[in-house]
Design a protein around this ligand. Sequence first.
Ligand SMILES: *Cc1c(COP(=O)(O)O)cnc(C)c1O
Length: 338
Amino acid sequence: MNLARFPRIRLGHLPTPLEPMERLSKHLGGPKLWIKRDDCTGLSTGGNKTRKLEYLMAETLAQGADTVITQGATQSNHARQTAAAAAKLGLACHILLEDRTGYTDPAYTRSANVLMDRLHGATISRRPGGADMQAEMEALAEELRKTGRRPYVIPGGGSNPVGALGYVGAALELVAQASEIGLRIDHVVHATGSAGTQAGLVAGLVGLNSGIPVLGIGVRAPREKQEANVLTLAQRTADHLGLPQGTIRAEHVRANCDYVGQGYGIPTQGMVEAVKLLAEQEGILLDPVYSGKGMAGLIDLIGKGRFGPEENVVFIHTGGAVGLFGYPDAFDLPAEAG
Ligand SMILES: *Cc1c(COP(=O)(O)O)cnc(C)c1O
């Protein structure tokens, strides 16, 4: 696999650290838990979209675009990182935010990621939940073209075969780090949404013949749909990489969507407990929409004996802690001391 032949613009602080979570592993009684700190990619407080944007923004510039358009939920981490990347590259940025939760608290609608989108100079417009966001972006692109702009449309979550190359790169990085410290990785676990992260990881890890399985914890779609989305994109990414046909098979793609709760972006008790536990045991901030639910799933599966006590499990922290400021009342914290 030769990733270096694809155009890329450096945006992130890479490689991200791979660290043991000793207190949490002990607290849970095994397995041996590790964390890959993709929350520390640097760009505008970091997160997993930065790796994808390194390839997507290279394509944007190669096509001579002067404007990027993307979409996401109100508290989209992808929108925030795209706005920051566009600012760094001197591109205009239009963001369409879909109201998937119906929340009206100004902390949610105006602060956290939304505040940062605006600080980076992005133009924001809102759409109701359930809107056809891809069609909305195409319509906006058409409008902008009429005014002489040259827009490039980035799909939600940056999830297409170009963006997923960022997580092929993460797979190579992780395997190299593990080799260096003599770590046998038995499982990789992370939160999965628009599918590009898992698709890239699977294409990279299978392409390397690493034998490392990936489990995505879903945050929105039911399992069959999520696995189908990841499989399709992993296969398209493998094609883009030039891997032999049939390299990626259905058995390589596993998602568990039992931890979504009432819906995308809606807090669950498990998420609240996972966010508090990581904050108290490891000094690490997860996020309420993705990594909090991903970790809630991992903790529950550990309780059910899904992993052996001596196995090494790497959780990929995909970022998003800024989103905590959009949910100030979700955590039911004790009163101050006075
Ligand atoms: C977007 C996102 C994910 C999910 O990644 P996908 O590539 O969309 O599946 C996970 N965690 C955080 C914090 C995210 O912002």
